[in-house]
Design a protein around this ligand. Structure first.
Ligand code: PEP
Ligand code: MN
Length: 265
């Protein structure tokens, strides 16, 4: 990167809140959808950071692969109007540069990228000299070394605020979960790296709405630091991950219904 990116929000505090709640659509779809989601999430008073996928790594071609850079100004406007910092998934160096150019506050590395050391290294190289928090999802397969390797590459690039997202692990065939939680793997990561933020992504674990609440509760009972949950103004008609998204208001109720640890409540 040629120049330091101007930071609009102090980055140091962005991941400090407990519980940390991140929510927003799987994908940014339209300007109106992004703005309405942000305003309705902000109105719940339960959300700390707005998430939205701009570049969507789909396992197979033929479905929506993200609105692309065109959606970044929509996030910038939603950020300004709602006051919520925004988080975006990045998988290439160019995506890092574009996201930071449009004031994205938090970056995350997706499960399909964490499995590829070349891609992670490219992202890490683009982060050199930049002060931005980076969250790293577990790889799609249950391999802690890949997860740790991605974390180390980002840390070696100089990123101080690194956090982890547990989004479950894929397996062959239909199971109760879209991605099996394999809680013991996340717990092992928490044991090895107690200083790192660990949040849970019940949306991609469940793949459906009806068990989101219980998975989120399990994560909190296991002492996770927070949640990242997908929400959409019209979940059934979402352009990606329609089955697992909930409205901002349902998200607000879900967060209210969680039994928090006493120090969080
Ligand atoms: C997402 O967060 O929308 C996503 C693509 O998640 P994952 O990388 O966990 O599959
Ligand atoms: Mn998704």
């Amino acid at each position: 990167m040629e120049q330091a990116i101007e930071q609009k929000t102090p980055t140091a505090d962005l991941l400090k809140k407990r519980p940390l709640i991140i929510s927003g659509p799987c994908s940014a779809e339209t300007e109106e959808q992004v703005m309405q989601t942000a305003m309705r999430l902000a109105a719940t008073g339960k959300v700390d950071i707005l998430r939205a996928g701009i570049w969507k790594p789909r396992t197979r071609p033929g479905s929506f692969e993200g609105i692309g850079t065109k959606g970044l100004p929509w996030l910038q406007q939603a950020r300004k109007a709602s006051g919520l910092p925004v988080a975006v998934e990045v998988a290439t160096g160019k995506q890092v540069e574009d996201a930071l150019h449009f004031d994205v506050d938090v970056l995350w590395i997706g499960a399909r990228t964490t499995v590829n050391p070349f891609s992670v290294q490219e992202v890490a190289d683009a982060l050199r000299g930049v002060d931005v928090p980076v969250l790293i999802k577990n790889p799609i397969n249950p391999d802690l070394e890949l997860w740790i390797g991605a974390m180390e590459r980002v840390q070696k690039a100089g990123i101080k605020d690194v956090g982890l997202i547990h989004r479950g692990f894929s397996s062959y065939g239909n199971t109760e979960y879209r991605n099996a939680p394999m809680w013991h793997l996340a717990i092992e990561m928490k044991r090895r790296y107690p200083e790192l933020l660990m949040i849970n992504d019940p949306s991609h674990i469940c793949g459906r709405r009806d068990i989101l609440q219980e998975v989120a509760q399990t994560a909190i009972d296991l002492d996770f630091d927070g949640l990242i949950v997908e929400s959409h103004i019209d979940p059934d008609n979402a352009w990606s991950d329609a089955k697992q998204q909930i409205t901002p208001e349902v998200l607000g109720e879900m967060i209210s219904n969680i039994r928090w640890r006493t120090e969080d409540s």
